[in-house]
Ligand binder design. Sequence first.
Ligand SMILES: C[S@@+](CC[C@H](N)C(=O)[O-])C[C@H]1O[C@@H](n2cnc3c(N)ncnc32)[C@H](O)[C@@H]1O
Length: 191
Amino acid sequence: MSAILANGGIKENRRELDFYPTPPEVTHALMKFLFEKTILQAESIIWEPACGAGHMATVIEKYSPDIISSDIRDTGYGQAGIDFLATILPCDAVITNPPFNLSEEFIRHGFQQAPVVAMLLKSQYWHAAKRVSLFNEYPPAYVLPLTWRPDFLFDQRKNGAKGAPTMEVHWTVWARGDIDTKYRLLSKAQL
Ligand SMILES: C[S@@+](CC[C@H](N)C(=O)[O-])C[C@H]1O[C@@H](n2cnc3c(N)ncnc32)[C@H](O)[C@@H]1O
């Protein structure tokens, strides 16, 4: 099945295994928030299990150097050939941008590995009857909408051209023991 992603004028078939790199400011905003709330610390062991070319991992490791990066593909970054859904690796946090068609499986599996799970998801992710049971089973601690639209095709733009991205996203954060879901806006952050 081939969906079309429209993102600021560029239309393309969805890339293999949903490989869309995350612009760095998206991960900075999350990590800044998690550190301010002391949900994570510099010594936390973090697993980025769908690391692609490392666009999230390289930001995460600036905050927490003990990072494990893996991907089902050989991307030239991190450990190749690791199917997250078939791997058990206890750690302090799982943070990623899951392939959209496997997002629920990634969330459920993430929670089996770590007390903290953060997933970058489309803004309308929770606006769906089919996700009520997931939300109720694993009530998030935070839903964090980004106050800007990230450009997921930034790696394709030529000569510094700016796109007009249309996709709105948010981070959902689960922190074991904190089931009172809070809604906070995330501002752009640079390190
Ligand atoms: C949306 S990209 C995100 C890449 C990176 N996290 C980033 O934000 O730049 C999704 C990644 O998930 C990987 N992937 C898909 N299915 C996977 C699985 N079952 N286990 C591990 N990685 C998987 C793809 O190879 C792809 O690199």
